[in-house]
Design a binder for this molecule. Structure first.
Ligand code: LLP
Length: 455
């Protein structure tokens, strides 16, 4: 079998699969039947047995990415926490896997907290986010004993103080700071710019004011500062800029009010390759860049690694390339001189990213994975909108009705943003490892669509 890692002995007819190594799950390979497999499981067989559309994840890949973050941080900044950003993909199995790999969980709502708790995840190792956490969510989070609440606005400072006081507790918090850094990424997922709904600005004095209020609130323990500059970021110097800005703030806070944070949370955002040829940052490079920047800035204030506990919150870079989506080709329309539409049994309900962010994906036909991808097609969904496309102008093997079409790098923000548009039941999620298939989220049935319909 030719592994997707560049195999010098790969025959030319295997090249198309080999070429996809940078975007495919790490155990993806071509099997002797000429089919694509992941985790030792034939994807054509899998589609047949579990139906399509189907989200598939490579468990070894998930673990490998979490372990890379952990080991790079252990080498460069041992006083640190990797809090997996669960919004990228969450279910009980994922929470358990994160716990097994020694990670914390970054959660963003009462719903994500509920899933973490149902999985038995230790609440004290969760970091709770959100730019408008409701009273109910805050009460649930404080009641469950979440490790940190990242406070986003003045109103929350007040609400958390009040709830914690009522319960006679002290809640650990971090403050979300808006560093005014414009990361190079899609405008919808820039979060650290001045014109952002997230966090406390620096130039307007809000950050300093928030620190003062937190320090004066008897039931809040201000552990440190947080910033998240955006998502799908390739240019690591944006992180260095953010660190510089945070330390300028820290220097001023120390001078003015004698405050020094003991925790610094740099959020997530590391970009991944969706297309062959995209040079995404390596996890090691990201960790070295941020820890180097923090070390330099901290040294100027006479601080060392032991003074600052570093948190990071990676999401996409752990799950995106671990996942693929399988569809069955249902119809093919060759519009002469225009384009060829390949219609699949899913679409914008299981992958909204193409519509929302002009996302691009690599696709292939699992049945003939070793053959050249010489047909240029647009993969269209089954929904009632012209904009319902999964992949525009994608090169795949010449498609046939009934083929299993694979869309790569769909592990992050695809299942988590899925909808029931056109009352499409959401697909199952299966994890593959060592030739075994494990269903972690079952396929929705029509009964699920009716379960909340009480009219
Ligand atoms: N921490 C915070 C506070 C965040 O808001 C996010 C993502 C992360 C960490 C994780 O970022 P990551 O490592 O996954 O880039 N739906 C969009 C992405 C939205 C990201 C929102 N925040 C997409 O599909 O591209």
């Amino acid at each position: 079998m030719a592994h997707l890692d560049h195999d010098p002995d790969a025959r030319p007819d295997q090249r198309s699969l080999v070429d996809l190594a940078s975007v495919a799950p790490m155990t993806a390979q071509l099997n002797t039947a000429g089919h694509m497999e992941v985790g030792g499981v034939d994807l054509v067989e899998l589609a047949y047995q579990h139906g399509t559309a189907l989200y598939v994840m490579d468990e070894a890949h998930l673990r490998h990415c979490l372990q890379s973050y952990r080991s790079e941080l252990t080498a460069n900044w041992p006083n640190s926490v990797v809090a997996y950003a669960s919004k990228a993909f969450i279910c009980k199995a994922m929470c358990k896997l994160v716990a097994e790999e020694g990670g914390w969980l970054e959660i963003n709502s009462g719903g994500e907290l509920a899933i973490a708790l149902a999985a038995g995840f230790d609440a004290s190792q969760t970091v709770m986010h959100g730019n408008n956490k409701t009273e109910r969510e805050l009460a649930e989070a404080i009641g469950a004993g979440v490790g940190r609440i990242v406070v986003d606005c003045f109103e929350e400072l007040e609400r958390i103080q009040q709830i914690a006081a009522e319960r006679g507790l002290i809640q650990k918090i971090q403050l979300r700071i808006k560093p005014g850094v414009v990361a190079e990424t899609h405008s919808h997922i820039i979060t650290g710019a001045e014109d952002s709904k997230f966090g406390f600005g620096i130039n307007d004095g809000w950050a300093e004011q928030a620190v003062q209020i937190a320090l004066q609130s008897p039931n809040l323990e201000l552990c440190g500062l947080h910033c998240h500059i955006g998502s799908q970021i390739f240019a690591l110097d944006c992180y260095e800029q953010a660190v510089e800005v945070l330390f300028r703030l820290i220097g001023n806070l120390r001078k003015k009010i004698g405050y020094l944070p003991s925790e610094l949370n740099l959020g997530g955002g590391v970009g991944i390759a969706y297309l062959v040829g995209q040079q995404a940052p390596e996890i090691a490079g990201f960790v070295k860049t941020v820890t180097g920047a923090i070390a330099r800035q901290a040294a100027r204030l006479g601080l060392t690694q032991t003074d600052i506990r570093l948190f990071i919150e990676p999401g996409r870079s752990i799950v995106a390339n671990a996942g693929v989506t399988l569809y069955t080709v249902g119809a093919i329309k060759e519009l002469t001189g225009i384009r060829t539409f390949v219609a699949v049994d899913g679409g914008m309900s299981d992958n909204i990213r193409t519509c929302l962010y002009d996302a691009r994906y690599e696709c292939l036909i699992a049945d003939r994975a070793g053959e050249p991808r010489d047909a240029l097609v647009t993969v269209a969904g089954k929904h009632c909108e012209s904009g319902d496309v999964v992949a525009i102008d994608s090169s795949i093997q010449s498609p046939e009705v009934g083929d299993t079409l694979v869309v790569l790098a769909t592990g992050a923000y695809n299942q988590s943003m899925a909808s029931n548009y056109n009352k499409q039941p959401r697909p199952a999620v299966v994890w593959l490892v060592d030739g075994k298939v494990r269903e972690v989220i079952r396929r929705e049935e029509y009964a699920d669509l009716l379960s909340c319909d009480v009219g």
